[in-house]
Design a protein around this ligand. Structure first.
Ligand code: GLN
Length: 196
């Protein structure tokens, strides 16, 4: 199995560790793959879009010419996980700030996002989340986190915090407003790998 991580900007190395840990826990043979070129995006079995700055990542997806490959493969069924900025990019609709900055979303998931939903004064925090499909609560780290304000059609909320949706799934696609790669709990990454 080749689990790709889009590595144009943002929290990449934490995801490589989480992928390695998840593969080990599942007893699956595989490896993480850094994705910066279209041919790398074509050869992976699953893909992670990490946190960082959604505006910057969006621009670099075009510069590195991987935007269209990511969109096509995700539409064809390749499992993908977007965390934080990656969650914003997966969405079909952004908020005013996404519009104002001209951030070009991937538009893959039937959901709308609010880019700084938890406010700037509350830069980062942790919360124990109840996640549909997980037996035990998930310790989630939020860093200048977005929220999912709305989902429609086949996109379903999997977790909420303070009345805001913070995780959703649509078939082969998973979005988390938080960073699941930071605590050593690899269940979100295992869910992605299990979809392959
Ligand atoms: N608020 C950031 C953005 O708009 C995301 C923060 C993060 O990924 N940790 O891109």
């Amino acid at each position: 199995l080749k689990i790709g991580i889009v590595a144009v900007q943002g929290a990449v190395s934490e995801h490589t560790d989480a992928v390695d840990g998840a593969l080990k826990n599942l007893g699956a043979r595989g490896e993480h793959v850094i994705v910066r070129r279209p041919e790398q995006a074509r050869e992976v079995d699953a893909l992670i879009i990490p946190g960082g700055e959604s505006t910057t990542i969006a621009k670099l997806l075009d510069k590195f010419e991987i935007r269209n490959t990511v969109i096509t493969r995700a539409r064809e069924g390749m499992p993908a996980l977007g965390t934080c900025a990656g969650c914003i990019l997966l969405a079909e609709e952004g908020d005013l700030e996404v519009d104002k900055t001209g951030t070009k979303l991937l538009g893959l998931m039937h959901m709308a996002v609010d880019r700084n939903a938890f406010g700037r004064q509350r830069e980062s925090f942790e919360a124990m989340l109840r996640v549909e499909g997980f037996e035990d609560p998930f310790e989630a780290v939020f860093i200048r986190a977005p929220a999912i304000t709305r989902t429609w059609n086949d996109c379903k909320p999997l977790s909420s915090f303070q009345g805001k949706i913070v995780m959703a799934r649509q078939e082969n696609l998973i979005a988390t407003a938080f960073h699941p790669e930071l605590t050593g709990d690899t269940r979100v990454h295992e869910t992605l790998i299990n979809m392959v």
